[in-house]
Design a binder for this molecule. Structure first.
Ligand code: SF4
Length: 389
């Protein structure tokens, strides 16, 4: 009960601490600034929000309170999202032609744009390879891209949060015999034992499994990770005339006969490169499935951790400060998406030039079968989600 009283206090007013100007800039005005806050005082949160809050509070504030995303899209994220869409299409209709058309539509400038062409080749070969690898499945699809929304419960008291609800979308729910599993798609550049060993740490999918059990009433026993490796092959660029002449001169200098049969390397055609990629995707290690059963103890840990995160968020919001975690700035071997704004101390010009403003939870927008009635029942204002649908 004590914790609930604390939440009510916090939700009355977050606009405090005027002595912390930087923090004020990170907190949205009560009206309109935070679309993730639901009309009746509950804020719709997602796993992505909590994960970012855990990793770097400042990044969480910039993304989910200010709604900033980089103007330049992250190619890796966009590619992963496209493959998720393709897999949903395939598992829903099992029509490869439609999947390939979807890829074509995603890269309308593949003929001229090098980045688009690269992604088009990879996505096309990956999906053709996937379909050939799994012509039949040992599971039945129960739901795809299923949206859920649920209360966040204090495990110590059984009361639900007055401030937050959790929403999310599972890639798939499948059935094998009498058991149900979440089908979770992953794309990775490095599919090896180190990658699969880390899967048990996947906070998101276990959390989602719990919500699917509790909210949708489907007794999920575990998870099937459906992992697709990204081939690292590059399309041969060929040599310029000058490069060829330089190589030829080098070979001639080494040749005892003063002759060479070297010929200029021509660029690899799209057809040849696609064929080479498709051959790569016949290799067994390009696809992998891993099945886990979830022990009850994992659910207990994650529910407690989620509750702790909510309490820390409320404290941070009340104090008006979401601090930086500079140990996370280069966590993925490249600068964090908010490095420009963060290192410039939130300079308005940097924000204007590098970021655009979006809805807080874009990942929920593509849900196929959103249960808005259910969200209404929870007391969640689902206007934002309806708009997205
Ligand atoms: S640049 Fe570093 S401190 Fe700033 S938001 Fe990103 S991870 Fe956090």
């Amino acid at each position: 009960m004590e914790i609930q009283r604390d939440e009510n206090m916090v939700s009355v007013s977050d606009e405090c601490n005027n002595h912390l100007p930087k923090a004020d800039a990170l907190l949205p005005p009560e009206s309109g600034g935070n679309e993730g806050r639901a009309g009746r005082g509950k804020m719709i949160t997602t796993y992505s929000l909590w994960n970012l809050f855990r990793n770097c509070r400042r990044a969480c504030a910039l993304r989910y309170l200010q709604g900033l995303v980089p103007v330049e899209p992250d190619n890796n994220l966009s590619f992963g999202s496209l493959i998720h869409e393709c897999l949903a299409l395939w598992h829903g209709e099992r029509n490869l032609e439609k999947v390939l058309e979807h890829i074509n539509r995603a890269y309308p400038n593949a003929a001229q744009d090098e980045e688009q062409k690269k992604s088009w080749h990879l996505a096309t070969a990956m999906m053709k390879g996937y379909v050939a690898r799994y012509p039949q499945e040992d599971f039945q699809v129960v739901a795809l891209n299923k949206l859920f929304g649920g209360k966040i419960i204090n495990p110590a008291t059984g009361y639900s949060s007055h401030s937050f609800v959790l929403a999310g979308k599972v890639n798939g729910i499948v059935q094998i015999g009498n058991e149900y599993f979440l089908l979770e798609h992953k794309t990775t550049s490095q599919l090896d034992s180190a990658y699969t060993e880390k899967l048990w740490t996947d906070f998101q999918v276990i959390l989602y499994a719990w919500y699917v059990r509790e909210v949708l009433g489907i007794p999920v026993a575990g998870i099937i990770y459906n992992i697709l490796a990204k081939a690292r092959l590059q399309q041969g660029k060929g040599e310029t005339e000058a490069e060829f002449e330089a190589r030829r001169a080098e070979l001639l200098a080494k040749s005892k006969t003063g002759k060479t049969t070297a010929q200029r390397k021509l660029p690899e055609s799209d057809e040849d490169f696609q064929q080479r990629l498709c051959t790569k995707y016949t290799e067994p290690e390009m696809f992998h499935r891993e099945k886990f059963y979830i022990p009850k103890s994992r659910y207990d840990v994650l529910k407690s951790e989620l509750w702790e995160l909510t309490q820390n968020f409320l404290i941070a919001r009340r104090r008006g400060y979401l601090y930086q975690n500079t140990a996370f700035c280069f966590h993925f071997q490249s600068p964090c998406a908010y490095y420009p704004v963060c290192s410039a101390d939130n300079a308005a010009a940097v924000i204007e030039n590098n970021y655009r403003t979006v809805d807080p939870h874009e990942e929920l927008k593509t849900a196929q079968d959103m249960d808005s009635a259910f969200l209404e029942k929870l007391g969640i204002f689902s206007g934002q989600l309806k708009k997205a649908a």
